[in-house]
Design a binder for this molecule. Structure first.
Ligand code: ZN
Ligand code: ZN
Length: 235
């Protein structure tokens, strides 16, 4: 479906479950699909993806960020919603996904006050192709849920390369994103501003290479604490 068709679908056919197509009186996903999403209950180590019960990283304490993922990418509903957004260009899928992520995040022992929300950026080329950054749409809803700022222009993707999903090897994935992010210099750390705790948002994390590189870039620009959140974690 092209982008315009997706937009029209959003306008005229809102009453269908975005995951299974069932008719709905209102809303975007049906109860059966909603119940079928099994949310994670812990955060994960950004280095080895081990669950961090109690939120303490004991396996790799030097990891520059804590990873969160609201569910497993093998979950059919989550996958269907992510595909609807990313490949079906149905923007209406961003809100239920952000809602799932927000409910997961709200249960973690993290104080979200003084956090800013930053989406993992896409390149200009990808933006032209897709018309929107799916992570930014999710981040926008997520930030609104908690009433915290959403800053989509701080972190940019300066270098365009092929999608991570086409690479299976972890080393290749790391190499593919190396040096591709940048922080806009005029938004770099200013004393007294919100540049302390960052919630970085993406749709799917697989190897963690994207999060690691984006977190490294944010850290070197002054971000102190980073929570990297994905809707779904793939193995
Ligand atoms: Zn459904
Ligand atoms: Zn670890």
């Amino acid at each position: 479906m092209n982008r315009d068709a997706g937009f029209l679908m959003d306008l005229f056919f809102p009453a269908e479950c975005l995951a299974c197509g069932a008719r709905l009186a209102r809303g975007t996903i049906c109860d059966k699909c909603r119940i079928g999403i099994i949310p994670h209950r812990t955060a994960f180590c950004g280095t080895c993806a081990a669950p961090l019960p109690g939120f303490r990283n004991i396996c790799h304490p030097d990891t520059p960020y804590v990873m969160g993922a609201s569910g497993d990418y093998r979950n059919e509903t989550l996958r269907a919603l992510i595909h609807a957004l990313k490949f079906g260009h149905i923007r209406g899928a961003a809100a239920p996904l952000a809602d799932i992520l927000a409910h997961y995040f709200a249960k973690l022992p993290i104080d979200h006050r003084n956090c800013i929300v930053i989406p993992v950026p896409i390149s200009k080329e990808r933006m032209r192709e897709r018309g929107f950054n799916q992570a930014a749409l999710i981040a926008e809803h997520f930030a609104r849920f908690f009433g915290i700022p959403h800053k989509k222009d701080i972190l940019i993707r300066a270098i365009h390369r092929g999608p991570q999903s086409e690479l299976s090897d972890h080393a290749e994935r790391r190499e593919n994103v190396r040096g591709c992010y940048a922080v806009r210099t005029h938004t770099e750390r200013r004393p007294g501003t919100e540049w302390g705790k960052v919630i970085l948002i993406d749709d799917v994390t697989t190897s963690g290479a994207t999060f690691a590189e984006a977190a490294r870039t944010l850290r070197s620009a002054g971000a102190r604490k980073i929570f990297a959140l994905a809707i779904a974690k793939a193995a």
